[in-house]
Design a protein around this ligand. Structure first.
Ligand code: ADP
Length: 352
C-alpha cells in the first residue's frame, strides 16, 4: 500500500482510499497538505470525519457528489467533483474491497465567470426595485400637496411591494452565499418522508388552501438519511411554486415511491406535480440556473426572486440527491427528486 500511496502523490487530483465502511486506508499529498485537515494522520479514521460534507451514501451506491473545500493559505474556496469507485484491482487477495475517492477541482476559469455573471445579475436585480422605490419617493416628496390620499396610499403600496421584493432577493442571495461558502451545515438524520409531511402542509397552509395538496406516499418507502430542515426547505419551495404557478383552485400532488438505482441500492423518488401554466421546452434547461425567471405575464403578477430553484438544486446536491423537471406548456409541470434510501428496519406508517 505504501508504494501505491507514493504513486498517488504524483497525481494532479486528490485521492483517498477507504474500505467499505469509509475508514481511510491511505490518502495522497494533495488531500493531506492542502485542504484544512488535522495534522494527525487520517489513516484509520472515517473519511466523513476528515472531510465533513462527504456522504456515506456516495460510497454505498458509488454515486459521488460535490464538496466545497477551502484553501488554508488564500482562504478561497473551491468546488470539487467527488467520485467513488471500487478499486479495479485486488491489492492483496485477503484484503476486503477498497474504494477510491477522487477529488477533481472545478475549473477555476469557469468558477470566476460564474461569479462575475452572478454579481452582474444580482446588481441588476437589486437596481430594478431600487430605481422604482426612488422614483415613487421622489414623486411623493415633490408632488405631495397635489396628490390625493388614494394616490399617496397607492404609491406607498407600490414602495412596500418593491421593498418586500428587495428583501426577498437579499435573503436568497445570503442563502446562496452560505451554501457556497459551506457555512450552511447539513445534519443528516434517519427519517421517513411521512415525518416531514405535517410540517410541510402546515407551512403551505399559511398561504394556500391545504385542500389543494394531494399526498400519495407508498407504504414501503426506504428511510432517508438527510438533514430534516434542508429536505423540508426543498419540498416547501417546489410545492410553493406548483401552487403559485397554477390556478388558485387547481390541485397539486406530492407522490413518493421506492425505486432501485443501477447499482441495486434503494432510492426514494418524490414527484411534485401541478396542472399549472407549464414551462416552455426551450426554457427547461435554464430552470435551475440563477435568476431563471420567465418573462410571462403570470410571472409579472406573481413576484419571486428567480433564485428559488437554483437554491433548491444546491440543497438537493448537498443531500446527495438529484432533481429533474418535465413540463408541458399550459398543462403543468412535474419536478422529480431522487435520494439514496436506507432499507427500513421497522414498518413505516403510510399516512399523515
Ligand atoms: P421564482 O419562483 O421566485 O421566480 P424559482 O427559481 O423558484 O424562482 O423559479 C424560476 C422560474 O421557473 C419561475 O419564475 C417560473 O417562471 C418557473 N417555474 C418554477 N416552477 C414552476 C412551475 N411549477 N410551473 C411553471 N413555472 C415554474
Amino acid at each position: 500500500m505504501d508504494l501505491a500511496c507514493q504513486l498517488l502523490d504524483c497525481l494532479p487530483l486528490g485521492v483517498v482510499i477507504t474500505d467499505g465502511q469509509g475508514i481511510v486506508r491511505c490518502c495522497n499529498q494533495l488531500m493531506t497538505d492542502y485542504y484544512r485537515l488535522p495534522s494527525a494522520p487520517m489513516t484509520g479514521t472515517l473519511i466523513y470525519d476528515c472531510w465533513p460534507g462527504l456522504h456515506p451514501t456516495w460510497l454505498r451506491d458509488q454515486s459521488g457528489g460535490w464538496l466545497r473545500l477551502t484553501d488554508p493559505h488564500s482562504h478561497n474556496w473551491c468546488r470539487f467533483r467527488v467520485k467513488v469507485r471500487q478499486c479495479p484491482v485486488e491489492v492483496t487477495p485477503d484484503l476486503p474491497p477498497q474504494y477510491v475517492w477522487s477529488f477533481q477541482a472545478e475549473d477555476s476559469g469557469d468558477l470566476e465567470q460564474v461569479q462575475k455573471n452572478f454579481i452582474s445579475t444580482v446588481s441588476h436585480e437589486l437596481r430594478t426595485p431600487l430605481t422604482s422605490i426612488k422614483g415613487f419617493i421622489d414623486t411623493l416628496l415633490t408632488a405631495q400637496t397635489r396628490l390625493s390620499p388614494d394616490q399617496v396610499s397607492h404609491f406607498l403600496d407600490v414602495i412596500k411591494a418593491q421593498v418586500d421584493q428587495l428583501s426577498q432577493v437579499i435573503e436568497a442571495i445570503l442563502t446562496v452565499s452560505s451554501i457556497q461558502s459551506g457555512t450552511l451545515k447539513n445534519q443528516p438524520q434517519l427519517l421517513t418522508l411521512t415525518e416531514i409531511l405535517p410540517d410541510l402542509v402546515n407551512h403551505l397552509s399559511l398561504r394556500y388552501d391545504p385542500g389543494r395538496i394531494r399526498v400519495d406516499v407508498a407504504p414501503d418507502l426506504p428511510l432517508l438519511q438527510v438533514d430534516y430542515d434542508r429536505l423540508l426547505q426543498i419540498l416547501i419551495h417546489l410545492l410553493d411554486n406548483a401552487l403559485k404557478y397554477s390556478a388558485t383552485d387547481a390541485p397539486v400532488s406530492l407522490r413518493a415511491w421506492a425505486t432501485v438505482s443501477d447499482s441495486q441500492t434503494p432510492h426514494v423518488c418524490i414527484a411534485i406535480e401541478d396542472q399549472g401554466i407549464g414551462i416552455p421546452n426551450a426554457a427547461l434547461e435554464r430552470m435551475f440556473q440563477q435568476f431563471g425567471r420567465l418573462g410571462s405575464p403570470w410571472n409579472r403578477q406573481h413576484p419571486g426572486t428567480g433564485l428559488g430553484l437554483y437554491i433548491t438544486k444546491l440543497l438537493v446536491d448537498s443531500l446527495g440527491g438529484q432533481i429533474t423537471v418535465a413540463s408541458q406548456l399550459h398543462h403543468g409541470s412535474i419536478f422529480t427528486l431522487e435520494f439514496p434510501g436506507q432499507i427500513s428496519p421497522v414498518p413505516i406508517p403510510s399516512s399523515l
